[in-house]
Each structure stands twice: as structure tokens, then as C-alpha cells.
Design a binder for this molecule. Structure first.
Ligand code: AMP
Ligand code: ZN
Length: 110
């Protein structure tokens, strides 16, 4: 249990339109899009950041990238520009591991 904003979204304490949900991940649009398509893939497990990943999270990471591939296909990005990335350290603002899918025209860096 954590009080972080993404955990509140996952527990539906903060309303958020989800693009996709599975047992292990939720997907929703970034509130401040930095590109034409800016979607967040968020593991439901509260892992603070990349530095906190362990061997037992291997399958979770596979699911994150499979979900990204599905979103790439759903948004017809296969032959466009896209990037899947996670921030860490001072570049990370929400302390709950998440992955940005950015596609199309960039507006700014994330
Ligand atoms: P990071 O800097 O990698 O931690 O990215 C956090 C991202 O979460 C930023 O791009 C924010 O715009 C986004 N964000 C923060 N709060 C919300 C929210 N309530 N709903 C959707 N996206 C959010
Ligand atoms: Zn959390």
C-alpha cells in the first residue's frame, strides 16, 4: 500500500480513464503530453523506480513491453517514431515505476 498518485489511480481512488488494464498493469494518457501520443504504462505493484527492480520482476517487465507493443500497433506507430522509456533519479517526478510511450511529433523532452 502506498499513498502515491499512481497507486491512488490504480486503486480507483482518483478517477482516470484507462486505455488498458490487466492484472499487473494499467495504461492511461499522460496529463501533460510531451508528444502527439504520450501514454503511461504503470505496473500495479508499487515499485519506486528502476533501482528497486529485482529478479522476481522479470515477467512484469516482459508484460510492460508486450503492452507497449500492443499500444504501438493500436496507434499505428510501427513505422513512425516511437520510444518507450523510464526516467530515474532526478529525472523521475512520480515515485512509482512507470514507462512512457511517446510517439509521433515530439513537443518537448520528458
Ligand atoms: P516522470 O517524470 O518520468 O516521473 O513522469 C511522470 C509523468 O506523470 C509526467 O509526464 C506527468 O505529466 C505524468 N502525470 C503526473 N500525474 C498524472 C496524472 N494524474 N495523470 C496522468 N499523468 C500524470
Ligand atoms: Zn505507487
Amino acid at each position: 500500500m502506498s499513498d502515491c498518485i499512481f497507486c491512488k489511480i490504480i486503486r480507483k481512488e482518483i478517477p482516470k480513464e484507462l486505455i488498458y488494464e490487466s492484472e499487473n498493469v494499467v495504461v492511461f494518457e499522460d496529463i501533460h503530453p510531451a508528444a502527439d501520443i504520450h501514454i503511461l504504462i504503470v505496473p500495479k505493484k508499487h515499485i519506486e523506480g528502476i533501482k528497486d527492480l529485482t529478479d522476481s520482476d522479470g515477467l512484469l517487465l516482459v508484460e510492460v513491453y508486450k503492452t507497449a507493443n500492443k499500444l504501438v500497433a493500436d496507434n499505428n506507430l510501427e513505422n513512425d517514431l516511437y520510444r518507450v522509456m523510464a526516467n530515474g533519479g532526478k529525472a523521475q517526478h512520480v515515485p512509482h515505476l512507470h514507462f512512457h510511450l511517446l510517439g509521433g511529433q515530439w513537443k518537448r523532452t520528458v
